[in-house]
Design a protein. Structure first.
Length: 405
């Protein structure tokens, strides 16, 4: 097969990025601890206590965001963060606390930091935070809506950040309608151009730039096709992640989860996060068949970015993502509570980065050293609850941490 010039330039760009960050990709491909733990869980056994430490750490460095995206479980139409009071909404995870935690975990095998919000680039000391993390010799990535990226493109490139993910939900009109702002698309594109030019100016092959398109009832297959064509030829992205299914939770699954946490943790109030993703996509099956056709056609075209449909399933199974919530894609049991904790902006530690409700905090890093929390009674109780349910909870089946790896 003869490769087009577009494809050859893309592969050369990706190869240069791979050479710089080979260890990062070996880590992602291997995920040895996650694989080991999943095998143990599949045999109905609990991993030996203190035989596992986090290799990846999710940091929600703030709650605030400058957009109100319709499908967002935090600030969307059913978003859980609207219940937060003003004081909590303005909370920031302090740099000194982050450094202390990294000093605890890096000697024990921590490899990757994944930062998110809210909107990460609203963090007032973001450049300082990147500088501190660089000194820890860790792989660092973050998620952003990109609207503030033009102001810090230089700092991001100079910091040696491994990867950034910029969320774009379709062509200009569709994206702006979903984001609730008529300036969102243009600001994000401006940020991507600034990042591209800064990488060229400094002669850097990092960060890897990923655009995340989340398929949902507000955009659909045609918005994906239009976005791909809008981006073509601009070298603004290395990878376009097509998140084929949004995170959604049918009401009955939400209630089953609430019943579980009441049983195990005696908590029946303040469990808000699953409701932020409450939806039923069984009416999206017809669109699912259109998605199959469009994604199949796009994969035959030559773009200057790599198309990566997620989850990695045969395309003809896409409609089932919406129709059959009971389908776990064969991805369980979930190893995340044994490998990949989340620390929220208020210091609370959680076993999952989506469902973070204060009554289910495993502990708080402002009050307790992280490793005491990691091996503490709350975490062990949660892991036991997960095992009792066969390795997945009722709300887990469309979680990106489960389906996209």
């Amino acid at each position: 097969m003869v490769l087009s010039k577009t494809r050859m330039k893309l592969y050369w760009r990706l190869w240069k990025n791979l050479r710089v960050n080979a260890g990062y990709y070996f880590y992602l491909l291997g995920r040895r601890q996650s694989t080991r733990i999943r095998k143990i869980l599949k045999h109905g056994r609990m991993p030996t206590p203190r035989s596992y430490f986090p290799t990846k750490l999710n940091l929600r460095i703030l709650y605030d965001c400058n957009l109100r995206c319709k499908m967002c479980g935090q600030w969307g139409e059913t978003g859980a963060y609207f219940a937060y009071d003003t004081s909590k909404r303005n909370t920031l995870l302090e740099i000194e606390v982050i450094e202390r935690i990294l000093n605890e975990l890096t000697p024990r095998g921590l490899k990757l930091i994944d930062m998110e919000g809210g909107e990460t680039l609203l963090y007032p000391q973001f450049e300082t935070l990147l500088d501190r993390m660089r000194k820890q010799n860790l792989y660092v990535k973050f998620v952003t809506n990109g609207t503030l990226l033009d102001h810090c493109a230089g700092a991001v490139v100079k910091s040696g950040v491994t990867s950034i993910t910029v969320s774009i939900d379709g062509d200009k009109d569709t994206h702006n309608q979903i984001r609730g702002s008529n300036w969102a698309y243009d600001k994000t594109m401006k940020g991507l151009y600034a990042l591209r030019e800064m990488k060229k100016r400094l002669g850097r092959n990092t960060p890897l730039v990923q655009i995340a398109f989340t398929m949902n009832r507000h955009n659909g297959a045609m918005a994906l096709r239009n976005l791909c064509r809008d981006l073509r030829g601009k070298e603004l992205a290395d990878v376009l992640e097509i998140k084929l299914s949004p995170i959604f939770i049918p009401e009955q699954a939400e209630q089953a989860y609430i019943n579980l946490v009441k049983k195990y943790f005696d908590v029946d109030k303040g469990v808000l996060s699953p409701g932020g993703f409450r939806d039923d996509y069984s009416d999206f099956v017809e669109e699912g068949y259109r998605i199959v056709k469009v994604v199949s056609a796009l994969k035959k075209e030559a773009f200057d970015f790599l198309l990566e449909p997620l989850p990695h399933i045969p395309l003809h199974q896409i409609p089932r993502l919406y129709a059959d919530y009971s389908w776990d894609l064969g991805r369980g049991p979930c190893p995340v509570p044994f490998d990949e904790p989340t620390i929220d902006a208020d210091g609370n530690v959680y076993p999952c980065n989506l469902f973070t409700d204060a009554p289910l905090s495993m502990g708080n890093v402002y009050e307790t050293p992280f490793l005491e929390i990691w091996h503490g009674s709350n975490f062990m109780k949660f892991r036991g609850m997960l095992m009792d349910q066969g390795g997945l909870l009722p709300i887990c089946n469309r979680c990106c941490q489960l389906t996209e790896y």
